[in-house]
Ligand binder design. Structure first.
Ligand SMILES: [Ca+2]
Ligand SMILES: [Ca+2]
Length: 243
């Protein structure tokens, strides 16, 4: 009797596990090389050395979790940015949201920019290039979404913004790259996530994320919780009938 029950119980546990994840896709991790900053440039005790970024999404939001190779609680002058190209016809390959020497020529050019800082409690802006770059959301305006910091030997910076704020919807594919930089307004991409080689040799050098030096992510369909619940209910019903 116990053995006959064991399988349905295991199946139910599996369905429960699926149901818990039904609102979010599994994250995809995009890795960078470490120690890939030109030795002529400061690394901020490793905080400017990007390690990886995990991207995931729900039906309404995209979450980026960036890991850097140093303690942002100890060295907090680094700036961290994400460039996005959604190929919706308003991309530019000549500028970014903070007017730094960073551009993206991949996938129609850069359309969206998330720029962040980790000092004074940290904060972030979400900018979009329509006819020019404008502010879509900001932590200091209370309309950014989720922004959180976790400091340690390696630190993580988490950004959660709405898919709509990036001009996209489920089914779209976008190109992206993440960058570290300094506090100077003309500072470039000291490290670029999608490039395992030195990004630049000097603080003000131009950096471009091209088709071969950017990543892409698809906002795949997210299973509706209702569909999973129905499968779960069907499983329970089958088990009851067997019993
Ligand atoms: Ca790196
Ligand atoms: Ca890199």
């Amino acid at each position: 009797m116990f053995t006959r029950l064991a399988l349905p119980v295991a199946a139910t546990a599996l369905l429960t596990g699926l149901a818990l994840q039904a609102n979010a896709t599994p994250g995809v991790t995009f890795n960078d090389a470490i120690n890939d900053i030109n030795p002529n440039l400061a690394t901020g005790n490793g905080t400017l050395d990007l390690v990886k970024m995990e991207v995931s999404h729900t039906a309404t939001d995209v979450v980026f979790q960036l890991t850097v190779n140093g303690n942002i609680g100890s060295v907090d002058w680094g700036k961290f940015m994400i460039g996005i190209a959604n190929n919706k016809g308003y991309g530019t390959s000549s500028s970014d949201g903070w007017a730094r020497p960073i551009t993206m020529s991949a996938n129609g050019g850069m359309t969206n920019w998330i720029g962040s800082w980790v000092d004074s409690g940290g904060g972030a802006e979400n900018r979009s290039n329509q006819t020019s770059w404008g502010l879509t959301g900001a932590t200091y305006n209370g309309n950014f979404g989720v922004f959180s910091l976790s400091a340690g030997a390696q630190s993580t910076i988490t950004y959660g913004v709405s898919i709509a704020s990036l001009g996209m919807s489920i089914g779209d594919t976008f190109s992206f790259d993440a960058y570290s930089s300094g506090g100077g307004s003309g500072d470039s991409a000291i490290d670029a996530l999608a490039n395992p080689n030195f990004a630049v040799s000097n603080w003000g050098d131009a950096y471009n994320s091209g088709p071969s030096t950017s990543f892409s992510y698809t906002l795949g369909a997210v299973p509706a919780p209702g569909a999973i619940a129905l499968i779960g209910a069907a499983g329970l019903l089958a088990r009851r009938r067997k019993a």
